[in-house]
Design a protein around this ligand. Structure first.
Ligand SMILES: [Zn+2]
Length: 317
């Protein structure tokens, strides 16, 4: 299940406009790179399939691609059985319009009548700032996740392709004071930010202004609470009782995040911590099922114990 703050941000962005034609192409490029797949037809024809879990996002790209490239885009709705959610699939059939779309977005290049597949993001999206912003928006709508600021600061783009991840990180870090990092998780390539200021800047760049305000408000309250908690350290025993198990785990995760960053943890603990951040209400057994490979409730408990020990050690250091 996607974090609801992610859905809110995506819904807001899906309804915002693009000023320039150049930006529309750059945005479509980002979206194709993050959730698209080239489909092959007979006689070397190529089409395109795009998959998203968000209805507003699917409608946005159906309209953008249809109006920008004069091609009919088919929208199909499927059921993602395990998660009780919908999957929206956009498909562009092979043909000359699909060729123009794929060539304009740098997914293929046509040399001497022969198509060649390209990876990464083409230089055309990097040239102008307006287009870099638009491309970032496309990448986020296709592959972005943002954690609810009440639970932690984390914004990430999850890509199957390493070339896309490298290019997305380069695009992101082309903006002032942005220091996105890259790591692998369960076979995916994740570009991520954990700094509240930088996450705020990304929301601004992508035009998610209403969510930006909410992010700021929550951040202020969290900062104040943090200060109050430090003042009340003598009441630690009472606080401990008041906080639920999940809250305690999240507090430990946050402490590690603030001190050394979650990357300091062994891989299996990072996965467990991130799963907790994205599923604050989940039981230990549910967390275990969400992990890859799945593990039992007791094993999850043991991992949170190690996370707590680690947090304690960083606090004492
Ligand atoms: Zn532009």
């Amino acid at each position: 299940m996607a974090d609801s703050f992610t859905t809110e941000v995506k819904n807001e962005m899906a309804h915002s406009g693009n000023k320039n034609r150049c930006c529309a192409t750059a945005e479509i490029t980002g979206f194709i790179r993050s959730c698209g797949a080239v489909t092959l037809a007979g006689k070397g024809g190529v089409g395109l399939k795009l998959t998203t879990g968000n209805a507003a996002v699917a409608r946005r790209y159906k309209t953008l691609i249809e109006s920008g490239f004069g091609v009919r885009v088919r929208l199909m709705v499927g059921e993602a059985a395990a998660r009780r959610t919908h999957v929206y699939e956009l498909s562009v059939p092979p043909g000359s319009a699909a060729d123009v779309l794929l060539a304009s977005t740098g997914v293929i290049s046509v040399v001497g009548g022969k198509r060649e597949m390209k990876t990464g993001l083409g230089e055309s999206v990097m040239k102008k700032k307006c287009c870099r912003k638009a491309c970032l928006k496309g990448l986020f709508l296709g592959a972005g996740i943002i954690c609810d600021p009440e639970k932690g600061y984390n914004l990430e783009f999850v890509f199957a392709s390493e070339a896309t991840a490298v290019a997305a990180r380069r695009l992101l870090n082309s903006f002032t004071d942005m220091h996105a990092r890259l790591r692998q998780r369960r076979g995916n390539h994740v570009v991520y930010l954990k700094n509240a200021e930088q996450i705020k800047d990304v929301l601004t760049l992508m035009g998610a202004h209403a969510r930006l305000l909410r992010f700021e408000n929550v951040r202020m309250v969290r900062d104040m609470k943090g200060r109050a908690n430090r003042l009340n350290n003598c009441d630690a025993a009472n606080m401990e009782k008041a906080l639920g198990a999940s809250e305690r785990q999240l507090a430990a995760i946050r402490a590690i995040e603030a001190a050394d960053g979650l990357d300091a943890l062994p891989g299996e603990l990072i996965d467990t911590a991130l799963t907790r951040i994205f599923h604050p209400e989940a039981s230990l057994a549910e967390i275990g099922q969400l992990l890859n490979p799945p593990i039992g409730k007791a094993a999850v408990g043991a991992r949170f114990k190690r996370i707590a020990e680690y947090a304690e050690a960083t606090e004492q250091a």
